[in-house]
Design a protein around this ligand. Structure first.
Ligand SMILES: [Zn+2]
Ligand SMILES: [Zn+2]
Ligand SMILES: [Zn+2]
Ligand SMILES: [Zn+2]
Ligand SMILES: [Zn+2]
Ligand SMILES: [Zn+2]
Ligand SMILES: [Zn+2]
Ligand SMILES: [Zn+2]
Length: 296
């Protein structure tokens, strides 16, 4: 049955109607091509690797047109020191519609062709993004747009940034904790597009940098040296190791002063090659220090 159907089709192609089928095929090809172009437009021209949107922005700083401020910052970062600068998003005054090429004051809808230049639009950040799945929202206190859904975040006034609601009343506040560079990769954290981890001490770094740090078996904050995870099992293991390792006679009764990175207390303890245990909180995250100068 099938083979006869195929034969028929071949046969049909050889008949005088073949001309039409050629037309038909070329029409299909054209249609597919324009269809492809349509998608090419949607996903390539109307977007950059950062955002999907239907406009470009005119940079207020250098008056050039870019797809987005990250594209601008990447382009200028390779320039000489003098030209290197970041675009201030709130200062953007004009956008260029990608559908009709009309330059115009910032707004969500193109005044010329009526297209929505971004499904999400923030009038303060002059920000457009079609991918509303990111659940963008503008935080007035932060002064910028964030992603992840407003209901999942609260703004901590002491830390000066939006944090996951899981951290509400459940973190150590560090003033302007996000207004610094990630201690691992040195990217500025406050408006980084990557997720941020808040450690027990309240200091912050990228989640991926944090994971990398733990993977490399570094368990203390690079900023304040406090332990970032519960170390009690590790301290117990060191207790046992010390018990099994007797120090030579000469060192057995030697005492040293230590500063505990975890509780900040200073205590005098017996020296041991494996580690010194804090006399107050039992942490081994300590360092030896010079004996305190006694004041009278
Ligand atoms: Zn971009
Ligand atoms: Zn337009
Ligand atoms: Zn915003
Ligand atoms: Zn905020
Ligand atoms: Zn806080
Ligand atoms: Zn980082
Ligand atoms: Zn810290
Ligand atoms: Zn301690």
């Amino acid at each position: 049955m099938e083979s006869s159907a195929n034969e028929e089709r071949l046969h049909f192609g050889n008949m005088e109607y073949g001309y039409f089928s050629f037309l038909h095929a070329s029409f299909l090809f054209f249609f597919q091509l324009s269809f492809f172009c349509f998608f090419f437009h949607l996903f390539s021209i109307y977007s950059c690797k950062h955002y999907r949107r239907r406009c470009m922005i005119r940079a207020p700083c250098c008056n050039e047109i870019y797809s987005c401020r990250h594209c601008h910052n990447e382009a200028t970062s390779v320039m000489k020191h003098f030209y290197r600068h970041d675009l201030v998003r709130q200062d953007v005054k004009h956008v260029v519609c990608s559908v009709c090429d009309t330059e115009q004051p910032v707004a969500q809808v193109c005044t010329n062709c009526g297209v929505r230049m971004g499904e999400y639009f923030c009038d303060i950040c002059k920000f457009f993004d079609d991918d509303t799945g990111k659940q963008q929202f503008h935080c007035d206190e932060c002064g910028i747009c964030r992603v992840g859904g407003q209901e999942n975040f609260f703004h901590c006034n002491k830390c000066g940034s939006c944090y996951s609601i899981a951290l509400r009343n459940n973190h150590s506040c560090v003033e302007n904790s996000m207004r610094h560079h990630c201690p691992i990769c040195y990217e500025y954290l406050f408006d980084s597009m990557k997720d941020t981890a808040v450690m027990k001490c309240g200091h912050t770094m990228h989640c991926e940098c944090y994971d990398e740090m733990i993977y490399r078996e570094k368990f203390c904050c690079p900023i304040c040296s406090k332990s970032v995870i519960d170390m009690s099992r590790e301290w117990k293991r060191i207790d046992e190791e010390i018990e099994a390792t007797v120090m030579p006679e000469d060192y057995r009764y030697k005492k040293v002063w230590i500063l505990c990175n975890d509780c900040n207390d200073t205590t005098q303890v017996y020296f041991h090659i494996i580690g010194q245990k804090c006399g107050r909180c039992s942490s081994y995250n300590t360092r030896t220090i010079a004996p305190p100068v006694l004041t009278q």
